[in-house]
Design a protein around this ligand. Sequence first.
Ligand code: SF4
Ligand code: SF4
Length: 56
Amino acid sequence: MAYMINDACISCGACEAECPVECISSGDDKYVIDANTCIECGSCAGVCPVDAPQPE
Ligand code: SF4
Ligand code: SF4
């Protein structure tokens, strides 16, 4: 289990700085979460303006 960023992402970058394990990075057309590193803390979802990070 991990959080995943869906297509609603507008690449604002707000979530990247919030992740305690630094598993969020900018992808080609949206930001992406490394599922192997994510600890499901939910911090990214808390700051996202479009609710793009969702529990898988
Ligand atoms: Fe990072 Fe937490 Fe979001 Fe997982 S749920 S990507 S650990 S901020
Ligand atoms: Fe995308 Fe939301 Fe992260 Fe901004 S905070 S980069 S919209 S997932």
